[in-house]
Design a protein around this ligand. Sequence first.
Ligand code: AMP
Length: 224
Amino acid sequence: MRIVLLGPPGAGKGTQAVGLARERRLPHISTGDAFRAAAATPMGLKAKEYMSAGKLVPDEIVIGVVEERLRQDDCRRGFVLDGFPRTVPQAEALDRMLAAQGTRLDAVVNVDTPDSVCQRRLSGRRLCPQCNAGYHVEWMPPTIEGTCDTCGAKLIQRADDQPESIRERLRVYHEQAAPLIRYYSGRGVLIDVPGDQEVTALAGCICDSLDKAAACPQQRTHAG
Ligand code: AMP
């Protein structure tokens, strides 16, 4: 299956994309990860300029990266795209790439999550700068407040998880996502899944919706 995952920051989209790709034995393609991995190349350096300013990397750069990745053999059976497309021109380019290979997207899963839920998830996140362990002040607190259980380092909060940055990230997301959601809804491939549920329940809901969509491709479901 050729799947795109959409969702605001804090929707759990990244976690779901990794799990779904593993479950379906498909490559997980994250454009954010691809840029971070290519940080030492001329393309990666260019992308970093935009990423550190909190801006979108220009369409022609992102599209080039995805085009090259989708040509690789492991994508022949399908893929789970995470973080791409983010704009309508990127979505149009993806359609063209797939049409050139004689295929099309099977499903675009929109992990629909209220801003209040995203805010609560993101603002409670804490990270160990030393061993990368993740915590949440409400749901997965460390044994000793502010200290990593694994290595004892002092936990940090990412700069972009501060309340003001979260509000801005969500505002930018909605601005970009609305036209994309209309685009995919118009093409009959959109599946809305409620993101306000626990990780395993959400994974099950995504899988069920994809299976239903595969069984009757014309009828897209609104799960939940
Ligand atoms: P992510 O890890 O998906 O949050 O992406 C991190 C950063 O990479 C974003 O804030 C953008 O600067 C850049 N990026 C990732 N994917 C795209 C995309 N499809 N279009 C433009 N910029 C992107």
